[in-house]
Write a protein that binds this ligand. Structure first.
Ligand code: FAD
Length: 524
């Protein structure tokens, strides 16, 4: 359906009424923006019982062509948020990527996005971003403490010592909302950033990519296929990937000097599709667009009582699927911390660790993404010659294959975190502090499932007395793979944060060690 403003709409909502016309209202948390990150943030905090108001400029979920690849780490986060099974049921699982060069039918490089098997979730699932938004909206409808306001736009922001004042406009009026905490998830053109006068620095890449999302019946293994310099797009790159509902994402590199408006006209797109798939291919247009990409981010994500997440905080090229996946990682990192601060379990210093960890994650995503972009679009004749030499070598030589870079797939980031207790030297294996716990079968379920939304002590025969509020999960001797992956000897224990990251671990710990590590993990 196309709405009155010309947008392709996946789901239309009734515009929400203004609660107190020309009045003033108070809430604990306001979330600005109902894209995937704002909605996930609302679900995380809403499930923890906090009153949340979500303000969405739009009154619909757009049927646009944005994210399709969601990583294993994101799927683990979706499980924690209670929407993992719905997304798995609709999405298409894939783990293998293949990279082709020129006209060769054999790939020069093949990679596996989840080399470590026996984990609950696969390396990736492909599903249209609007389905993710839909599942999040449905889950939020179950929470009476979360209010989604469609068609409510934040126009002005006034930071206060103990909160933030938002001036909101809607079709039926205006009002002021005082929130103790505001999470700015209002996307790359963030009003919140602009109103607070904050910078968004980085690099714009001089290239254009044509997206042709088409509907067709086509058989191909469920894999990501990427071409450098294929005969159907000489001198450029291309990508092909399947989505649910027989929709396919075709992506063609166009170069810099193109007429972007003309490039998306059907008569200009369809020759690309036919060159790739054959003259007789039958397909329908789902969405055609041209995008350029940028790597930009804010210097800090925490500004008093306003905290930035998702594209509002950091923008990254789509290669490697680090945009939305990076935004969900922000949600995962911030949710439990803000929960602890609001409940008075931790002081505001804990939020500074979100700033440290989430900016480090954004920086790492930028480094990966910039490397991929430079490999994809060499800037000089010399760098193109080097790139082609790598591809040539990769065909026959194992050592060159890891240098082929069409986007390193998003994985969980490892932090050098102020919340982590440094390891004792005796640790040589397992999962080090600052890393996310690796999954493995545990009893009838999975290791990651056993970690709730609180701090957890994963123990193998630890005999101490756990501090109040700390859950203890005993790993049984029969859980061989979990024991092996954690290096969990008899008497050892891991302290795991509510976002499934390791805070500390011991071969043998006394009660005071655990207490001190828990304090440190709460920035106390
Ligand atoms: C072609 C393409 C392919 C991509 N593929 C992938 C992929 O495969 N995997 C991946 O992880 N990422 C991918 N991404 C990136 C992903 O789409 C974004 O990272 C994601 O949309 C960010 O979500 P967000 O919620 O932070 O921001 P947005 O989705 O931009 O949502 C922001 C919301 O805030 C609202 N808003 C703005 N201003 C206001 C205001 N003043 N008041 C109230 N509301 C406001 C907007 O209307 C919008 O709904 C891709 C992007 C593109 C363009």
């Amino acid at each position: 359906m196309i709405n009155a403003r010309g947008f392709k709409v996946f789901r239309q909502f009734e515009p929400s009424p203004v609660p107190f016309p020309d009045g003033r209202e108070h809430t604990t948390v306001a979330i600005v923006g109902a894209g995937p990150v704002g909605l996930a943030m609302a679900l995380d905090l809403g499930r923890r019982g906090h009153p949340v108001v979500v303000l969405s400029r739009l009154d619909f979920v757009a049927q646009a062509s944005k994210a399709i690849c969601f990583s294993k780490r994101t799927l683990d986060i979706f499980d924690r948020l209670g929407i993992g099974d719905a997304i798995m049921a609709k999405g298409l699982t894939w783990e293998v990527g293949k990279i082709f060069w020129r006209d060769a039918s054999d790939p020069v490089y093949r990679y596996d996005t989840r080399p470590l098997k026996d984990q609950k979730r696969p390396g990736f699932v492909n599903i249209q971003q609007y389905y993710i938004e839909e599942f999040l909206v449905e889950a939020l409808a179950e929470l009476p403490n979360v209010e989604l306001r469609w068609g409510h736009k934040v126009e002005a922001v006034t930071p206060m010592n103990d909160g933030v004042d938002l001036h909101v406009t809607a079709a039926s009026g205006t009002y002021d909302l005082r929130a103790e905490w505001v999470i700015a998830c209002d996307g790359s053109r963030s009003t919140m950033r602009r109103e607070l006068g904050l910078d968004f620095d980085g690099r714009v890449f001089q290239d254009n990519f044509l997206i042709a999302d088409i509907r067709m019946k086509h058989e191909m293994p469920m894999e990501r296929w990427f071409w450098f310099d294929p005969p159907f797009n000489p001198g450029q790159s291309a990508l092909m990937h399947k989505q649910p509902d027989d929709v396919w994402r075709l992506d063609f590199q166009l170069g810099w000097n193109v007429d972007r408006d003309a490039a998306i006209l059907p008569e200009n797109v369809e020759p690309y599709v036919r060159a790739m798939l054959g003259d007789d291919v039958e397909f329908e247009r789902e969405w055609y667009s041209v995008y350029t990409f940028q790597c930009r981010r804010m210097d800090r994500f925490v500004h008093g009582r306003t905290i930035f997440a998702g594209d509002a905080a950091h923008l990254v090229s789509p290669f490697g699927a680090r945009g939305c996946n990076g935004g969900f990682a922000d949600v995962d990192n911030l949710g439990w911390k803000l929960d602890c601060v609001i409940r008075g379990v931790a002081g505001e210093a804990l939020l500074e660790s979100y700033n440290v960890e989430a900016t480090a994650a954004a920086e790492e995503n930028h480094i990966h993404s910039t490397r991929s972009s430079d490999f994809l679009t060499p800037k000089s004749t010399a760098s193109r010659a080097l790139r082609d030499a790598v591809l040539e070598l990769a065909r026959d030589h194992e050592f060159a294959r890891p240098m082929v870079n069409s986007g390193r797939p998003s994985t969980a980031i490892v932090f050098d975190s102020p919340l982590s207790t440094p390891d004792a030297e005796e640790w040589t294996d397992g999962v080090r502090p600052g890393s996310v716990v690796v999954d493995a079968p545990l009893g009838d379920g999975w290791l990651l499932e056993s970690i709730g939304e609180e701090f957890t002590l994963l123990s193998r025969g630890w005999r101490g007395k756990a501090p109040v509020g700390l859950r203890v999960v005993e790993v049984d001797d029969r859980d061989r793979l979990a024991i092996e992956r954690l290096g969990l000897e008899e008497g050892a224990a891991y302290l795991v944060r509510p976002d499934q990251y390791v805070a500390a671990r011991w071969k043998s710990a006394c009660d005071a060690d655990v207490e001190a590590a828990l304090h440190r993990a709460l920035a106390a």
